[in-house]
Design a protein around this ligand. Sequence first.
Ligand SMILES: Cc1ncc(COP(=O)(O)OP(=O)(O)O)c(N)n1
Ligand SMILES: Cc1ncsc1CCOP(=O)(O)O
Ligand SMILES: [Mg+2]
Length: 210
Amino acid sequence: MAFSPQFPYPLYLVISEEDCYPQPWLQVAEEAIIGGVDIVQLREKKAVYSDFLEKAHKLIRLTDHYGIPLIINDAIDIAADVGAWGVHVGQKDLPPLAIREKFGNSIHIGWSMETLAQLESEQLNAADHLGVSPIFSTPTKTDTIDEWGISGLRQLRMRTEKPLIAIGNMNLTTAGAAWDAGANAIAVVSAICRSQDPRESSAQLKHLLR
Ligand SMILES: Cc1ncc(COP(=O)(O)OP(=O)(O)O)c(N)n1
Ligand SMILES: Cc1ncsc1CCOP(=O)(O)O
Ligand SMILES: [Mg+2]
């Protein structure tokens, strides 16, 4: 229902080695892509630079093989180094305008929205798509502000035409409502990384997003 030609990637996997452990993260990524994931973000919050870079190189080999885009979380220099499709930054990261100034239109920029007031920011124009963060609170990321909930997502939908990525406790029970409320993509960590069968979980999530 909310498929967007501007962001034609309805199922969005956010992955890290730690969130997949003890499953091998690269294998989880591959299974998820085969199952139906459309875009992958590498989010390594604890890795040192060299490890993050090495993982990014490994992951882009995989995403290129399957012809899907790779987004790097936070680290614009790593995104540029590996030639990633995009970068995702939040309110405490390098702002979209600064990224645009340095890299022009060669990179897609995702930007986290935590409040409606952030829609008034001058940074908004430089962002290509918005992470609606979090829809529901989640143990995966605890340094968040308020939940948007489905009604908050609906309000945001009425106020912007930018592609909206719903993130935060999205799973088979919650993703359908976020999709129906106007999200253009559903982003998940646990629902795929912590699944015993990432391929099947991805296929089931993808089935909801039609
Ligand atoms: C798609 C998407 N949306 C939101 C976030 C959160 O970004 P941020 O607020 O910068 O927090 P960290 O992920 O860096 O902890 C995201 N990563 N992806
Ligand atoms: C990276 C991020 N940004 C907002 S919530 C979140 C984590 C989502 O993880 P999960 O899908 O396990 O709830
Ligand atoms: Mg960040």
